[in-house]
Write a protein that binds this ligand. Structure first.
Ligand SMILES: CC(C)(COP(=O)(O)OP(=O)(O)OC[C@H]1O[C@@H](n2cnc3c(N)ncnc32)[C@H](O)[C@@H]1OP(=O)(O)O)[C@@H](O)C(=O)NCCC(=O)NCCS
Length: 184
Protein backbone atom coordinates (compact mmCIF):
# COMPACT_ATOMS: atom_id res chain seq x y z
CA UNK A 1 0.00 0.00 0.00
CA UNK A 2 1.31 3.48 -0.80
CA UNK A 3 1.29 6.42 1.57
CA UNK A 4 -0.74 9.55 0.74
CA UNK A 5 1.02 12.07 -1.51
CA UNK A 6 2.97 14.67 0.49
CA UNK A 7 1.13 17.91 -0.27
CA UNK A 8 3.73 20.29 1.24
CA UNK A 9 6.25 21.05 -1.56
CA UNK A 10 8.46 23.16 0.75
CA UNK A 11 9.16 20.37 3.23
CA UNK A 12 12.64 18.83 2.85
CA UNK A 13 12.09 15.14 2.03
CA UNK A 14 13.57 12.70 4.55
CA UNK A 15 16.01 10.11 3.14
CA UNK A 16 15.02 6.45 2.82
CA UNK A 17 17.44 3.51 2.90
CA UNK A 18 17.58 1.31 -0.21
CA UNK A 19 16.26 -1.75 1.63
CA UNK A 20 12.99 -0.05 2.59
CA UNK A 21 11.57 -0.24 -0.94
CA UNK A 22 13.50 -3.19 -2.46
CA UNK A 23 11.17 -5.96 -3.68
CA UNK A 24 11.11 -9.30 -5.50
CA UNK A 25 8.16 -10.13 -7.75
CA UNK A 26 7.85 -13.84 -8.65
CA UNK A 27 5.83 -15.32 -11.46
CA UNK A 28 5.50 -18.74 -13.17
CA UNK A 29 5.63 -18.55 -16.96
CA UNK A 30 2.72 -20.20 -18.78
CA UNK A 31 1.84 -21.19 -22.35
CA UNK A 32 0.18 -17.79 -22.93
CA UNK A 33 3.55 -16.04 -22.44
CA UNK A 34 5.36 -17.56 -25.44
CA UNK A 35 6.73 -16.13 -28.66
CA UNK A 36 6.86 -17.94 -32.03
CA UNK A 37 9.97 -19.87 -30.96
CA UNK A 38 8.23 -21.31 -27.91
CA UNK A 39 10.24 -19.39 -25.32
CA UNK A 40 8.86 -16.49 -23.28
CA UNK A 41 8.11 -13.28 -25.18
CA UNK A 42 10.43 -10.40 -24.26
CA UNK A 43 7.43 -8.10 -23.79
CA UNK A 44 6.11 -10.35 -21.01
CA UNK A 45 9.39 -9.94 -19.14
CA UNK A 46 9.39 -6.18 -19.79
CA UNK A 47 5.91 -5.92 -18.27
CA UNK A 48 7.09 -7.73 -15.12
CA UNK A 49 10.14 -5.46 -14.99
CA UNK A 50 7.97 -2.33 -15.26
CA UNK A 51 5.53 -3.70 -12.65
CA UNK A 52 8.28 -4.47 -10.14
CA UNK A 53 10.10 -1.18 -10.75
CA UNK A 54 6.83 0.76 -10.46
CA UNK A 55 6.07 -0.88 -7.11
CA UNK A 56 9.53 0.09 -5.85
CA UNK A 57 9.19 3.68 -7.12
CA UNK A 58 5.77 4.01 -5.48
CA UNK A 59 7.06 2.66 -2.17
CA UNK A 60 10.16 4.83 -2.16
CA UNK A 61 8.36 8.03 -3.12
CA UNK A 62 5.28 7.36 -0.99
CA UNK A 63 2.79 7.95 -3.79
CA UNK A 64 2.20 7.62 -7.52
CA UNK A 65 5.17 7.40 -9.88
CA UNK A 66 5.18 7.02 -13.67
CA UNK A 67 7.71 5.36 -15.98
CA UNK A 68 9.71 8.10 -17.71
CA UNK A 69 12.15 5.81 -19.50
CA UNK A 70 13.40 2.26 -19.66
CA UNK A 71 16.89 1.64 -20.94
CA UNK A 72 19.54 -1.03 -21.23
CA UNK A 73 16.93 -3.82 -21.11
CA UNK A 74 19.14 -6.86 -21.63
CA UNK A 75 17.94 -10.41 -22.28
CA UNK A 76 20.82 -12.71 -21.38
CA UNK A 77 19.20 -16.16 -21.64
CA UNK A 78 15.84 -17.40 -22.95
CA UNK A 79 13.08 -17.93 -20.36
CA UNK A 80 10.97 -21.07 -20.83
CA UNK A 81 7.41 -22.09 -20.04
CA UNK A 82 7.19 -23.36 -16.46
CA UNK A 83 10.20 -21.35 -15.29
CA UNK A 84 9.76 -19.50 -12.00
CA UNK A 85 10.88 -15.94 -12.74
CA UNK A 86 12.01 -13.59 -9.97
CA UNK A 87 12.20 -9.88 -10.72
CA UNK A 88 14.33 -8.03 -8.15
CA UNK A 89 14.12 -4.25 -8.09
CA UNK A 90 15.59 -1.45 -6.00
CA UNK A 91 16.08 2.30 -6.17
CA UNK A 92 19.65 2.89 -7.34
CA UNK A 93 19.63 6.68 -7.38
CA UNK A 94 17.34 9.63 -6.75
CA UNK A 95 17.23 13.11 -8.24
CA UNK A 96 14.78 15.89 -7.43
CA UNK A 97 11.64 14.17 -8.64
CA UNK A 98 13.06 11.15 -10.49
CA UNK A 99 14.43 7.79 -9.37
CA UNK A 100 16.50 5.25 -11.24
CA UNK A 101 15.31 1.72 -10.46
CA UNK A 102 17.64 -1.18 -11.24
CA UNK A 103 16.08 -4.54 -12.03
CA UNK A 104 17.58 -8.03 -12.21
CA UNK A 105 15.57 -10.89 -13.71
CA UNK A 106 16.36 -14.42 -12.54
CA UNK A 107 14.83 -17.73 -13.61
CA UNK A 108 14.60 -21.04 -11.81
CA UNK A 109 14.19 -23.81 -14.37
CA UNK A 110 11.13 -25.90 -13.59
CA UNK A 111 12.97 -29.18 -14.31
CA UNK A 112 16.35 -28.41 -12.69
CA UNK A 113 17.41 -28.00 -9.08
CA UNK A 114 20.23 -25.57 -9.96
CA UNK A 115 20.18 -22.07 -8.41
CA UNK A 116 18.27 -19.26 -10.08
CA UNK A 117 20.13 -17.95 -13.12
CA UNK A 118 20.23 -14.29 -14.16
CA UNK A 119 18.34 -13.96 -17.47
CA UNK A 120 17.96 -10.21 -17.79
CA UNK A 121 18.44 -6.73 -16.38
CA UNK A 122 17.18 -3.21 -16.93
CA UNK A 123 17.36 0.36 -15.66
CA UNK A 124 14.21 2.44 -15.49
CA UNK A 125 13.64 6.06 -14.59
CA UNK A 126 10.43 6.86 -12.74
CA UNK A 127 9.10 10.32 -11.99
CA UNK A 128 7.05 10.79 -8.83
CA UNK A 129 3.92 12.75 -9.67
CA UNK A 130 1.23 14.59 -7.75
CA UNK A 131 -2.52 14.33 -8.23
CA UNK A 132 -2.24 16.52 -11.37
CA UNK A 133 0.45 14.32 -12.93
CA UNK A 134 3.13 16.95 -12.24
CA UNK A 135 6.57 15.95 -10.89
CA UNK A 136 6.93 16.13 -7.09
CA UNK A 137 10.05 15.81 -4.89
CA UNK A 138 11.23 12.35 -3.84
CA UNK A 139 13.12 11.42 -0.66
CA UNK A 140 16.84 10.94 -1.30
CA UNK A 141 17.80 7.26 -1.36
CA UNK A 142 20.38 6.25 1.26
CA UNK A 143 22.60 3.48 -0.17
CA UNK A 144 23.44 1.01 2.60
CA UNK A 145 25.89 -1.60 1.33
CA UNK A 146 29.00 -1.26 -0.84
CA UNK A 147 26.95 -2.79 -3.67
CA UNK A 148 24.24 -0.13 -3.19
CA UNK A 149 26.94 2.57 -3.25
CA UNK A 150 28.44 1.20 -6.47
CA UNK A 151 24.99 1.08 -8.07
CA UNK A 152 24.37 4.69 -6.98
CA UNK A 153 27.63 5.82 -8.61
CA UNK A 154 26.91 3.85 -11.81
CA UNK A 155 23.39 5.33 -11.95
CA UNK A 156 24.91 8.83 -11.78
CA UNK A 157 27.02 7.99 -14.84
CA UNK A 158 23.93 6.78 -16.73
CA UNK A 159 22.02 9.94 -15.69
CA UNK A 160 24.83 12.15 -17.05
CA UNK A 161 24.82 10.22 -20.33
CA UNK A 162 21.01 10.33 -20.66
CA UNK A 163 20.94 14.10 -20.17
CA UNK A 164 23.86 14.64 -22.57
CA UNK A 165 22.25 12.47 -25.26
CA UNK A 166 18.87 14.21 -24.91
CA UNK A 167 20.53 17.62 -25.09
CA UNK A 168 22.63 16.68 -28.15
CA UNK A 169 19.62 15.31 -30.05
CA UNK A 170 17.49 18.34 -29.15
CA UNK A 171 20.24 20.68 -30.38
CA UNK A 172 20.64 18.71 -33.62
CA UNK A 173 16.89 18.92 -34.31
CA UNK A 174 16.83 22.64 -33.54
CA UNK A 175 19.80 23.19 -35.87
CA UNK A 176 18.15 21.23 -38.69
CA UNK A 177 14.85 23.09 -38.17
CA UNK A 178 16.71 26.43 -38.25
CA UNK A 179 18.28 25.38 -41.57
CA UNK A 180 14.78 24.70 -42.91
CA UNK A 181 15.36 20.93 -43.24
CA UNK A 182 11.98 19.21 -42.93
CA UNK A 183 12.00 15.41 -42.56
CA UNK A 184 8.38 14.98 -41.38
C1 LIG B 1 7.73 11.72 -16.82
C2 LIG B 1 7.00 13.07 -16.79
C3 LIG B 1 6.16 13.18 -15.51
C4 LIG B 1 8.10 14.17 -16.78
O1 LIG B 1 7.42 15.39 -16.79
P1 LIG B 1 8.15 16.75 -17.24
O2 LIG B 1 7.13 17.80 -17.30
O3 LIG B 1 9.01 16.50 -18.44
O4 LIG B 1 9.01 17.09 -15.97
P2 LIG B 1 10.58 17.33 -15.81
O5 LIG B 1 11.27 17.73 -17.07
O6 LIG B 1 10.72 18.22 -14.62
O7 LIG B 1 11.11 15.88 -15.42
C5 LIG B 1 10.89 15.35 -14.12
C6 LIG B 1 12.03 14.42 -13.78
O8 LIG B 1 11.97 13.28 -14.65
C7 LIG B 1 13.19 13.16 -15.38
N1 LIG B 1 12.85 12.72 -16.73
C8 LIG B 1 11.88 13.22 -17.52
N2 LIG B 1 11.86 12.57 -18.69
C9 LIG B 1 12.85 11.65 -18.64
C10 LIG B 1 13.35 10.68 -19.54
N3 LIG B 1 12.82 10.50 -20.75
N4 LIG B 1 14.38 9.91 -19.15
C11 LIG B 1 14.93 10.06 -17.93
N5 LIG B 1 14.49 10.96 -17.01
C12 LIG B 1 13.48 11.75 -17.37
C13 LIG B 1 13.81 14.54 -15.37
O9 LIG B 1 15.21 14.48 -15.54
C14 LIG B 1 13.41 15.04 -14.00
O10 LIG B 1 14.28 14.48 -13.02
P3 LIG B 1 14.73 15.30 -11.70
O11 LIG B 1 13.53 16.04 -11.18
O12 LIG B 1 15.15 14.22 -10.73
O13 LIG B 1 15.85 16.20 -12.09
C15 LIG B 1 6.08 13.27 -18.03
O14 LIG B 1 6.87 13.28 -19.21
C16 LIG B 1 5.03 12.18 -18.15
O15 LIG B 1 3.99 12.23 -17.48
N6 LIG B 1 5.28 11.20 -19.03
C17 LIG B 1 4.34 10.08 -19.20
C18 LIG B 1 4.64 9.00 -18.17
C19 LIG B 1 3.76 7.80 -18.37
O16 LIG B 1 2.58 7.93 -18.60
N7 LIG B 1 4.36 6.61 -18.26
C20 LIG B 1 3.66 5.39 -18.50
C21 LIG B 1 3.76 5.04 -19.95
S1 LIG B 1 2.24 4.42 -20.55
Amino acid sequence: MTEPVDSDPDREPVGKPTSVSRITLSHIMTAGDTNLLGSVHGGVIMKLVDDAAGAVAGRHSGGPAVTASMDEMAFLEPVRIGDLVHVRAQVNWTGRSSMEVGVRVLAERWNESSPAQQVGSAYLVFAAVDEHGKPRPVPPVIPETERDKRRYQEAQIRRTHRLARRRAIKELRERRAAEGLDDA
